[in-house]
Design a binder for this molecule. Structure first.
Ligand SMILES: CC(C)(COP(=O)(O)OP(=O)(O)OC[C@H]1O[C@@H](n2cnc3c(N)ncnc32)[C@H](O)[C@@H]1OP(=O)(O)O)[C@@H](O)C(=O)NCCC(=O)NCCS
Length: 159
């Protein structure tokens, strides 16, 4: 899967865009120049509202940013943007995860990010989904968010 070309990603995007319907918004790939905006959206959705982040009273850190970057770098994540002003109103971060992939916990200073990474490692080991599905890599939905003003109208379902 690591050999996906940008062209193939664009083809998949086109198909997905054809199915996406939410008034006043369009679906786009998250490009590198939108990373600062996506970090703001992640901060808004995950620190205060995502149950895990909320329970740990997480704050944004360079380690948190690096964790999201580790998925964004696959260049296949999606954002829903307001057609009029380009604001990000929802996102679906997607990565490719291989059986051999491991997070390097030693470099993480932020204790909460470390806990999240431990949880990811724990679930990947104990739920054994690679063996269960007889696969060695997979598309992983890493994070879903809709900014508060747009919630409960079906955008999360669409994204
Ligand atoms: C979770 C989230 C993406 C939902 O976005 P949304 O646009 O409001 O979702 P939708 O309107 O498409 O609702 C989808 C379903 O979830 C339900 N739902 C949405 N928010 C909910 C909440 N806070 N509590 C219970 N159910 C909820 C809806 O009722 C709907 O169910 P239904 O189809 O049976 O009616 C959004 O609340 C969010 O960004 N939360 C913070 C980040 C997070 O927790 N992400 C998920 C983990 S990765």
């Amino acid at each position: 899967m690591e050999h996906f070309s940008y062209q193939q990603i664009l083809q998949a995007l086109k198909k997905t865009q054809e199915e996406f319907r939410f008034p006043g918004t369009k679906l786009e790939l998250i490009s590198e120049e939108r990373f600062p905006d996506i970090f703001k959206a992640v901060e808004e959705c995950f620190l205060t509202d995502e149950p895990l982040g909320k329970s740990m009273e997480m704050s944004w850190s360079s380690d948190a940013e690096n964790l999201w970057l580790s998925a964004l770098r696959y260049r296949m994540s999606l954002m829903a943007v307001n057609e009029k002003n380009g604001d990000i109103v929802g996102f679906r971060v997607i990565r490719v995860t291989k059986q051999s992939d491991h997070f390097n916990n030693d470099e993480i200073k932020d204790e909460n990010v470390r806990k999240i990474v431990d949880l990811l490692e724990y679930s990947s080991k104990n739920f054994n989904f690679f063996a269960n599905y007889d696969i060695s890599e997979m598309f992983e939905f890493f994070g879903l968010g809709v900014i508060p003003e747009y919630r409960r109208h079906g955008l999360g379902t669409q994204v």
